[in-house]
Structures are given as C-alpha cells and as structure tokens.
Design a protein around this ligand. Structure first.
Ligand code: KG4
Ligand code: ZN
Length: 334
C-alpha cells in the first residue's frame, strides 16, 4: 500500500490530495482563484503566484485533516513539475521540496498534461494502450500518443492560443463572465449555431496542430464590426446566444476532427480526453458522433477531475513510485 500527498499549483488552482495506490482518493482539496482573475477576464500570473503563496499551506493542512492521516504516514510527496506558469509552479514545488526534505520522503515530479489524461482512471479504471490523449484547457491544446501512463509523445499542439483561452477571450468580447467556457456553453443552448459562419482552422490535410487565433479575430469582427481592434470597441452587433453557439460549434468541430485524424493516423481506437474544456457537453457529443461510427471509443473524466486538481497528480505519481522515478531537491521546474 502506497500513500502519496500530491500538490498542484501550475495555474490558478491551489490543490492537494492524499491518494493510495494511484486510485483510492482519501482527500482532495482545491482552492480556485477564479474570483481574483475574473475582473481581468484571464489569469494574471503575478496575482496567481501570490495567491498560491497564501493558500498552499492551508490547503495542504485541510487535505491532511480530511484524510485522517499524518504527514509521517505518507510514502512520498508528489508535485506538478511542468508545464505551467513558472511563478505558480514554483510555489507548489518549493512546498513539496520542503516537505520531502523535512519528512525524509522521496519527491516525485509529475507532468500536468499526462496527469489530466490519467484522471480518466478515476472513472474508467486502467487505461488502454496504445491510445490517443487530447488535453484541452485554458493553457493547453495537445494531442499525444500514449503507450503507458508515463509514456506520452506529443503529436500535435496549438501554434497560438489554447482552446480554453479562446473561450475566455470570446466570452470577454461578448461581455460574459470569466471563465468563459461554462457561460458560452450555457448561452449556446439558446442560440442558432448556423447564423454566423466562423472559420475552422485545420492547418492542412495532415496536420495535428491547432490554431485558434484566427477564430478569435473572426469573432471580434463578427461581434463588434470589422473596424473593431479590441474587445471593448463598438457595440455588440450580434445576438450573444447565436454568437456563442456558432463559436462553440467551430471549436468543438475542429477538436473532434483533429482527434479522429490522430486516431486514424496512429491506427488506434481509444481516445482519452482531459482538461477544463472537456466539461463541455457539446464537445463530448461531437466526439461521440464522430468517433463511434469509426469504431473508436472516447473516455472523459467527471467534471471535478477535468479541471485542475491534485488527485490526478498523486494518481500518476504512483506509477513514478513503481518505476522508482524520483527527483532531487535541485530539480528544476517548467
Ligand atoms: O484545466 P483547467 O481548469 O485549467 C487550465 O489548466 O487551464 O481549464 C480551464 C479552462 C478555462 O479556459 C475555461 O473557460 C474552460 O477550461 N472551461 C470550459 C468549460 N468549463 C471550463 N470550456 C468550455 N466549456 C466548458 N463547459
Ligand atoms: Zn490543467
């Protein structure tokens, strides 16, 4: 039996979890900074790291209390080592190093993207390999070829904005709240997705990369006029519901088409998805509609394990533990 305390602070959630053998979640605490960043319509890195600094110890303490275990009962300390905002990562990694050093426990560094995919095991059990993984969040839009929980090769990624970032920026220009994804999804339910013809950037026949910056500019012109230069120029000239529905359709179509392209290219039939945007029901439906006729299956975590959390970090850390992949106190971040 292996019990791990995991810490996550790569973006705007301060999180800790105690997890046993990679699957039994004894406690899972997340402190979100949404209220801090909402007024800016996106994550402000300096404010994020300051908030992590304030919350990291209370979150770890609350997590330990609800696990009913003691820090000395931990077999290892795990932490998100990359990728993420450097100032944010630094807070979690420093806390984890200090704990590992003082408790004389091994330290495990975890890749946040791989952990988003591992989150699928909490709902679906062991992952099937080989598979394709797709992580879609505020900071990442990536396709990966997986051969084990620890072995992932990036086969495609965004060349500009992440999909979640596009949701957040388009929400801003539609005068909707932050984070944009959930509110755009809600608005889209009452809109007509065929009223505005937004571009779907496929970047050529073979490409597995993504680009959302053209869509963002198209949304600006369609919603605020061709002479608009920023989200604050001019008045809205479209119905918010129709704009949200048309924009969402464009994003989910591209994501589903690229996922299917990757499955076909690598001749595998299993797709795991993860990240905040995966909460989106239109995306899930689109993936099922495109994949099922092609005899491919898609798995997604329940919403609380789609967004950033430390249980996914501790879960994947167990596989590092089995492989004896430990890092030293001198380990770098990012
Ligand atoms: O994974 P996550 O919590 O943090 C990052 O690592 O970025 O993802 C946050 C992103 C935000 O951009 C948010 O707008 C988006 O996920 N998001 C959604 C939905 N829920 C969250 N996007 C589309 N539809 C949703 N329902
Ligand atoms: Zn994330």
């Amino acid at each position: 039996m292996t019990t791990i305390l995991a810490i996550e602070s790569s973006c705007d959630e301060t999180a800790a979890s105690v997890i046993r053998d990679g699957k039994e979640i004894l406690s899972n605490h997340v402190h979100t900074q949404i209220a801090i960043h909402a007024q800016y319509g996106g994550v402000v890195p300096e404010l994020a790291s300051r908030s992590h600094t304030e919350r990291i110890l209370p979150v770890i303490q609350a997590c330990m209390e609800s696990s009913a275990l003691d820090l000395n009962d931990m077999d290892a300390i795990a932490v998100t080592q990359k990728p993420g905002l450097i100032g944010s990562l630094l807070v979690g990694v420093t806390a984890a190093k200090a704990l590992a050093f003082s408790l004389e426990k091994p330290l495990i560094g975890v890749n946040h993207i791989h952990a988003h995919l591992y989150a699928n095991t909490f709902d679906h059990g062991e992952m099937k390999f080989p598979c394709i993984g797709m992580v879609v969040s505020g900071g990442h839009t990536s396709l990966l070829l997986g051969t084990s929980p620890l072995d992932w090769e990036v086969v495609g990624e965004t060349i500009d904005d992440a999909a979640g970032e596009a949701f957040d920026k388009v929400a801003k220009l539609l005068e909707l709240s932050y984070p944009g994804g959930p509110i755009i999804e809600e608005m889209a339910l009452k809109g007509d997705d065929s009223l505005i013809d937004f571009p779907q950037s496929m970047l050529g026949k073979e490409s597995l990369d993504f680009s959302f910056s053209g869509l963002k500019t198209a949304a600006l012109y369609a919603c605020r006029g061709k002479d608009a230069r920023s989200a604050f120029d001019n008045k809205l000239i479209v119905d918010v519901h129709d704009a949200a529905a048309s924009f969402q359709k464009s994003v989910v179509s591209v994501l589903a088409k690229k996922a299917l392209r990757a499955l076909k290219k690598y001749d595998v039939d299993t797709l795991y998805i993860g990240g905040g945007v995966v909460c989106n029901k239109a995306l899930r439906k689109e993936l099922e509609e495109r994949l099922h006729p092609n005899d491919c299956e898609v798995f997604y975590p329940s919403p609380k394990y789609c967004t950033d959390n430390a249980a996914m970090i501790g879960g994947l850390a167990y596989h590092h533990w089995l492989a004896k992949n430990f890092i030293g106190l001198e380990a770098e971040i990012g």
